[in-house]
Design a protein around this ligand. Structure first.
Ligand code: DLL
Length: 434
């Protein structure tokens, strides 16, 4: 279903007019209210009035995560503190945390965009939503919560963790929709099996999964194990949180970007120049309507391809391909670029293996080495050693053949790799140890 028929199906020409109007107003706003942007504009010798068409966006400066860190905590806010009604923050595992603030109108817009997202996934006001994204500073929990309420659905605000209790609630409350990371969905399925509850047999119909990269092979596995339609939802705290883009249930072919609120570009991550239509590049967002912390050309580090061909669902908004990796997560193993998602695809397609894996990157001399640890499933667990060795060699051969890198493959026992209730940790980097 299309929640906001007017804005989600605007003819492109009208959409672009709206975007330009909003972009011009945004430039005025940040120039007047955010010293950081005034300085950046001045350094480039540009004034808000110089933006005369959408193409002029390339005149504007980029914003990177480090800029938000440098302005920690509130330096990027564009309104006085008394207009901020909510703060979220990213975990800061890779440095100082970044902080974002929302005005009342930002929160309302976010709720509306998440309501659109739920509707796109096939959810309705009559549904019950089991929300297992973490509540707190992370944007997943509250973002999905407000959206489901805006849609008029019933929310069960479970948050992450206490996995056995979650399975019990899935059985007892019989929700129609579940929200969590894709890796946690599989953990729930596995825990259900241990408890003698097959989630597949429950009424659950839709899963709205995001916050971490996952592959189409993983989608197939989740849909099979849980007996649901698995929808990909994308977002990031700096730009809003979940709901920046979502797949529609009709096509499941790319994620519709909420373009009336976010202007998307794809650029060459090295040169910063726009890439051609249909080419993969780093996704860059300009927040057209945000008041609390509006961002100009924010570099997400996520790699994708944009497609403006209208979708069979009726939406006219551009679609982005599933994000299979961040440029930061790219491993360079003996000169060859590898993304965890490429390894994931090979593992899931191999009989007897599970989607529970970790990549251990270490350094020998000047060269990086890669070890893939992957759990076997119960069906081959008690096989003879020589059969297990055969599986290891097969995976090694496929990785070499398809990705061109040599990796050591180690099969580990079922449940040996640590489960996460939020974002899964796929890479263990030992390069800087000792
Ligand atoms: O993860 C917001 C979110 C919550 C999105 C719940 C979807 C669902 P951050 O913690 O700031 O925000 O992390 C943002 O996560 O730049 C991507 O690298 C990654 N990411 C988010 N969604 C997807 C997805 C939330 N569907 C970072 N596929 C982003 C791949 C994703 N990566």
């Amino acid at each position: 279903m299309i929640y906001d028929i007017q804005n989600e199906t605007l003819p492109r020409e009208d959409l672009e007019k709206l975007q330009l109007r909003r972009l011009q107003a945004l430039c005025e706003r940040v120039y007047a209210n955010v010293p950081f942007y005034r300085r950046k504009f001045d350094e480039k010798g540009i004034k808000p009035q110089d933006i005369k068409s959408l193409r002029d966006i390339t005149l504007l400066p980029f914003t990177v995560k480090q800029d938000l860190r440098d302005q920690y905590p509130f330096g990027m806010f564009a309104v006085p503190k008394d207009q901020i009604v909510r703060i979220h923050s990213s975990s800061g595992t890779t440095g100082t945390a970044t902080v974002v603030g929302y005005t009342k109108r930002d929160i309302d817009n976010w709720g509306a965009l998440m309501a659109r997202s739920f509707a796109a996934s096939g959810a309705t006001a009559a549904d019950t939503v089991h929300n297992a994204y973490g509540y707190g500073l992370f944007t997943g929990g509250l973002g999905a919560h407000y959206g489901a309420e805006a849609l008029g659905a019933t929310v069960v605000p479970v948050s992450g963790g206490a996995t056995r209790r979650q399975v019990t609630l899935l059985k007892d409350f019989a929700p129609d929709v579940i929200c969590c990371t894709p890796s946690y969905a599989l953990f729930l399925a596995e825990t259900g099996e241990e408890m003698g509850i097959n989630i597949k047999d429950l009424p659950l119909r839709i899963g709205i999964f995001g916050a971490e990269p996952w592959t189409n092979e993983m989608r197939v596995e989740i849909e099979k194990r849980l007996g649901i339609t698995a929808i990909d939802i994308y977002g990031l705290s700096e730009v809003m949180g979940p709901g920046v883009a979502i797949e529609c249930a009709e096509a499941q072919d790319g994620l519709h970007i909420q373009e009336d609120h976010f202007l998307a570009e794809t650029i060459d991550p090295v040169s910063g120049e726009p890439v051609g239509p249909g080419e993969e590049g780093e996704l860059v967002f300009t927040t057209l309507t945000k008041e609390g912390i509006p961002l100009i050309r924010y570099r997400t580090r996520d790699l994708t391809t944009l497609n403006t061909v209208p979708c069979k669902c009726g939406r006219t908004t551009a679609r982005m391909k599933r994000v299979t990796g961040r440029s930061d997560d790219m491993l360079i193993i003996r000169g060859v670029n590898v993304f965890p998602s490429q390894i994931e695809s090979i593992l899931i397609e191999t009989e007897g293996l599970t989607p529970h894996y970790q990549l251990i990157v270490a350094r020998q001399g000047n060269l990086d080495t890669l070890e893939v640890q992957v759990e076997v499933n119960e069906s081959i667990f008690s096989d003879e050693i020589k059969n297990l060795q055969r599986v290891e060699s097969k995976v090694m051969k496929n990785i070499k053949e398809f990705l061109g890198v040599t990796a050591k493959v180690t099969l580990v026992n079922p449940k040996e790799i640590e489960r996460s209730v939020g974002k899964a940790k796929r890479i263990v980097d030992k390069r800087n140890e000792g």
